[in-house]
Design a protein around this ligand. Structure first.
Ligand code: ADP
Ligand code: MG
Length: 612
């Protein structure tokens, strides 16, 4: 089977097609699934089966052997787990092992076990046990002794347990070879063969794989009984008018990452995709709380209301729409400049559909994908499907965000002066100036604070992952702060000196802004900034071009020529007096932050790091 929806559908297609518009649409409720399994699917928030699930679940429920081929990330786990659990649920309760899944790695075994547990959440006295090599036998033996209806294991360790007599497969009903191609690539052919030959003849077998090399065909022929072969192919391409980027970010930091991106990207309408209906509401609420004009659409929201929401997006009454795949199908709103894949889509086909919601009517569009390091393997598949590069995007730094906020604030002042009648307030300010003998600047500053209505204008610090905070704190104790900034330079960067410092009232934001604009650098190329009394040190690429040098030598900040030069290792001056620590600390934070990104680490990943 292959999904025959084309990629960029009719540009003249009307607004969001309602999901009930497609009579061929399959829902989980269309299958004869056990009620407890269905309830669990509602809990995890899956809206509808993925193509491989839609094709294989009915066959597996019937008891057929199945070979399921679909690329990574298409939901193959649920394709075999849901029917397996549903069938078990109908059998008399037992403690013996009924389902055995073989997976190539410990990581995958754990993932599959986790998925099984979540789909079995409503089944009482039901145990899913992962068994894998490289960890002590004790807990696994105990688990097996207590009884586990589902065992998910790596082939080597499963054989060990069979041989030890700790894994009894005599009651096995259902056997799955998951990621079969990977299992063979890892050299488990013999083990898989052995395990299969030691299982009861009467059982159902499912084999899932991304590809079908001859070795797998051989296994399928030998151990599967007249299997149905299901292959879900994706045939997709995207318009090259869409720029694709990805950001590495862990779940807990996604909201922050999104708002930071929204602070600096030039957007009109943003369509943000999440995986579940609940998540649409949750994210829209969080964005609203942060001052964005956001709304959610999902399959539970009545059609009429969904249409009103889409109309509001079209009219510019809202800017950020948070949607599920189903609710956003066919959405055609020219104003969508950005598609954010907040949750990674479950196949490349959905990805292509999602990003096709921008770049409409001959315009260009931006697609931004959030992914965890675990999901990074999906990038290649996406690049292949879209025949286009997906660039790494660094999250905008605090300085860049703040620079932007200052600029926007200034713009608001200009606009107000141009469009509003100021006379009453002008009189008030004049009177206040005379009565209190303060300058108009001070009054304006006070009014600006009032205009902010209690909100801080500038972002203060980078949200740090706990691990990172600990590391920074450790750095302090290690005397990190006494080292010159060059000690922690990112590879390929150098430290430059500019002739403006605290005396000139420069802020990191104005330095980033000036250097980025004049030197044609991206903000991500600008590293740590250390503002000192009468000069500052800035980390920039070591290989600035002649043009960049020329442009930067003419650059002014606050009216002063910056006189860019390479810092020749002058001893950092001792700052003396008070107030010196703030920026230094700031520098260090930037430094740590950027270094992490440069290394391709993820924002917030808890990864042990060498202490330099
Ligand atoms: P594969 O084994 O094909 O690489 P997985 O089974 O690991 O893919 O699924 C990829 C992701 O898709 C998982 O995070 C899973 O929770 C999610 N997923 C699976 N089925 C659905 C569905 N019907 N709706 C939404 N998300 C799903
Ligand atoms: Mg899988």
């Amino acid at each position: 089977m292959s999904e025959n929806t084309s990629t960029l559908e009719n540009p003249d297609q009307p607004t969001a097609a309602p999901e009930d518009a497609d009579p061929n649409e399959v829902l989980f409720t269309d299958f004869n699934l056990d009620g407890r399994v269905l309830a669990a699917l509602t809990d995890v928030g899956y809206e509808k089966p993925s193509p491989i699930q839609a094709a294989t679940i009915p066959l597996l429920l019937e008891g057929r052997d199945v070979v399921g081929l679909a690329q990574t990330g298409t939901g193959k786990t649920a394709a075999f787990a849901i029917p397996a659990l549903s069938r078990m649920a109908e059998l008399p309760a037992t403690k013996s092992t009924q389902i055995l899944v073989l997976a190539p790695t410990r990581e995958l075994a754990l993932q599959v076990a986790e998925a099984f547990s979540s789909y079995a959440a409503h089944m009482d006295n039901f145990t899913v046990l992962p068994v894998y090599g490289g960890s002590p036998y004790g807990p696994q033996l105990n688990g097996l002794r207590r009884g586990a209806q589902v065992v998910v294991g790596t082939p080597g360790r499963v054989i060990d347990h069979i041989e030890k007599g700790s894994l009894d497969l005599s009651q096995l009903q259902y056997m799955v070879l998951d990621e079969a191609d990977e299992m063979l690539r890892m050299g488990f052919a013999d083990e898989v063969d052995q395990i299969l030959s030691r299982t009861p003849a009467e059982k159902q077998v499912a084999l899932f794989s991304a590809t079908m090399p001859p070795a797998i065909r051989k296994i399928a022929k030998k151990y599967l009984n007249n299997p149905a072969e299901i292959s879900v192919k994706s045939k997709t391409s995207t318009g090259s008018n869409i720029r694709q980027r990805y950001v590495q970010v862990m779940g807990a930091h996604k909201v922050d990452a999104l708002t930071r991106i929204l602070e600096v990207e030039q957007y009109e309408g943003v369509l943000t995709f999440v995986r579940t209906k609940i998540a649409t509401e949750e994210l829209a609420d969080k964005l609203k709380a942060r001052g964005y004009r956001a709304a959610a659409i999902n399959g539970d929201i009545p059609q009429a209301q969904r249409e009103r929401t889409i109309e509001a997006l079209r009219d510019g009454k809202i800017d950020v729409l948070v949607a599920t795949d189903v609710a956003a199908r066919g959405l055609d709103v020219e104003r969508i400049t950005h598609v954010v894949n907040y949750d990674i889509p479950h196949d490349t086909e959905s990805y292509v559909h999602r990003i096709g919601r921008t770049g409409r009517a001959g315009r260009t569009g931006d697609a931004i994908l959030f992914m965890t390091p675990r999901e990074k393997y999906l990038l290649r598949a996406i690049e292949k499907a879209t025949r286009q590069n997906v660039e790494l995007m660094n999250l905008p730094s605090v300085d860049v965000v703040n620079n932007n906020r200052l600029q926007k604030f200034s713009e608001r002042i200009t606009q107000t002066m141009e469009s509003e009648d100021l006379s009453i307030f002008r009189d008030l300010v004049e009177k206040y100036e005379a009565d209190h003998s303060v300058t108009a600047v001070e009054i304006a500053a006070a009014l600006a604070v009032m205009a902010q209505g209690g909100q801080k204008l500038l972002m203060e610090e980078l949200p740090q992952a706990p691990a990172k905070q600990a590391r920074l704190a450790k750095g302090d104790r290690d005397g990190f702060s006494s080292r010159g900034p060059t000690r922690t330079l990112t590879e390929g960067n150098a430290t430059y000196r500019i002739a403006v410092g605290r005396r000139h009232r420069v802020m990191p934001g104005s330095i980033v802004g000036a250097i980025a604009n004049e030197g044609g650098l991206t903000s991500s190329q600008i590293g740590g900034i250390d503002i000192r009394a009468d000069h500052s040190l800035v980390e920039l690429p070591a290989d600035l071009s002649k043009d960049q040098w020329r442009a930067l030598s003419k650059t002014r900040i606050g009216g002063e020529l910056i006189q860019l030069e390479l810092d020749k290792g002058r001893k950092p001056r001792s700052e003396g007096g008070g107030g010196g620590g703030g920026f230094k600390k700031d520098f260090k934070k930037r430094e740590g932050f950027k270094k992490d990104f440069k290394k391709g680490d993820s924002y917030g990943a808890r990864k042990p790091r060498h202490q330099s």
